[in-house]
Design a protein around this ligand. Structure first.
Ligand SMILES: Cc1cc2nc3c(=O)[nH]c(=O)nc-3n(C[C@H](O)[C@H](O)[C@H](O)COP(=O)(O)OP(=O)(O)OC[C@H]3O[C@@H](n4cnc5c(N)ncnc54)[C@H](O)[C@@H]3O)c2cc1C
Length: 364
């Protein structure tokens, strides 16, 4: 049984079903649609995105899709409880791939006053709000904040866009990549403020830690994600953020009949957890599908090996920064920018959906 049909879980279910044609593979997901989370800033900016029903992506696989929200996992009886029919399902092998959500309790007021774009519903709500706004402040200097601010500014030149960050913007990027970012911000008229940690979000703006108040009509909180608490509540070993700790075959270090993948899992790489990205979730999903099939057939699963290659950041539809990285995700001096980077990212994003339709074998 696979919980979560995002980049990680959908790939895992399809791979396991292909490897074990006689096994029953069940995929549980809160919605009947596959959500391309990497495009949610486009949705919020007012662009149209195609709908991707899971039934279409699962056609011909024999996988049972259950559309319901997981409310609990009972490790002793190997059952999962759901908020809708069939309410309870048993499993032999579980793959935990419930992804991540917006961090709403980072500072007071985010939950009540800020908008987020971690789910399709949140992005749709923000889209409605932006349609009536003249001004937006995006909080978060990571990749999501950068992509959101530039998408809003390039899609809506009439909108005043600010980008505010507690530290530097694009902290994991090279000097060349950051130079390109800042040139793009200034070309798009985005007001940028770094090293300005937010203490509180209010109805009419932000309070900074240094006591300064900043007026803001619409605040978008893009400064961090949190994971569901179901793994910790079930008694699985988790890190301090609630991510399920897995070994190098993606099995839980406390319960080896549960595999953990994607944003919701923490595979140690030299002590450093993997970056929350479909770049990590997707290969982890394919490995987990293989590992589940091996374990059910009584074989020892292979070690999951993956490396980072790039960080691909869109700056609207016609500009971007591709930061090439070492295997450990640290930046090289090699950077692709402009239309070439934007086209490259679009090709990768489309390729990701292609892989979701036809999961490819894992090399080696
Ligand atoms: C705006 C934005 C831009 C991004 N851009 C990039 C990018 O350019 N490159 C990149 O690599 N990453 C990017 N990311 C991050 C990337 O989207 C995530 O790392 C990726 O989605 C993680 O995949 P996943 O399968 O672990 O989780 P998800 O894709 O979140 O899938 C989890 C699934 O589980 C379901 N689920 C959750 N809880 C329950 C429950 N209780 N019951 C049933 N189902 C449940 C969800 O509905 C969802 O379908 C971006 C994220 C955002 C929000």
């Amino acid at each position: 049984m696979v919980l979560g049909a995002g980049y990680a879980g959908l790939g895992a279910a399809k791979r396991a079903a292909r490897r074990l044609p006689r096994a029953r593979v069940t995929l549980v997901n809160a919605s009947g649609l596959f959500v391309e989370r990497v495009r949610l800033h486009q949705l919020a900016a007012g662009q149209r995105l195609p709908e991707l029903p899971l039934t279409g992506l699962l056609q011909g696989t024999g996988i049972d899709l259950v559309v319901a929200r997981v409310t609990g996992i009972d490790l002793a009886t190997r059952t999962v409880t759901l908020d809708g029919p069939p309410h309870r399902i048993g499993y032999d092998m579980l793959v935990y791939a419930l992804g991540s959500a917006a961090e709403l309790d980072a500072v007071p007021g985010v939950r009540e006053h800020a908008h987020t774009l971690a789910t399709a519903d949140e992005a749709a709500r923000l889209r409605r709000r932006l349609a009536e706004s003249r001004e937006v402040t995006v909080v978060g200097g990571g990749l999501t904040g950068i992509e959101a601010a530039t998408e809003f500014a390039s899609t809506r030149p009439d909108l005043r866009v600010s980008l505010l960050s507690g530290g530097p913007i694009g902290p994991g990027l090279s000097v060349r990549a950051r130079g390109h970012l800042h040139r793009a911000f200034s070309r798009m008229g985005i007001a940028v403020r770094e090293h300005a940690p937010v203490a509180k979000v209010g109805e009419a703006g932000l309070l900074l830690e240094d006591g300064q108040e900043i007026a803001g009509e619409t605040v978008v909180w893009a400064a961090g994600f949190r994971v569901p608490d179901l793994a910790a509540a079930a008694g699985l070993a988790t890190d301090e953020e609630g991510r399920m700790i897995v070994d190098d075959t993606l099995r839980s270090v406390s319960h080896p009949d549960v595999l953990g993948i994607g944003d919701a899992a923490a595979p140690g790489r030299g002590g450093r957890p993997a970056r929350m990205a479909c770049q990590t979730g997707l290969p982890m999903g394919l490995y987990a599908g293989e590992a589940a099939a091996d374990l059910l057939a009584g074989r020892t699963p292979r070690r999951a090996r993956y490396r980072y290659v790039w960080q691909n950041i869109s700056l609207g539809r016609h500009d971007g920064v591709t930061q090439f990285t070492r295997a450990d995700d640290s930046p090289l001096d090699a950077v692709l920018t402009g239309r070439a980077s934007a086209a490259f990212k679009e090709a990768i994003t489309r390729g990701t959906v292609w892989v979701m339709r036809h999961p490819v074998p894992i090399p080696g």
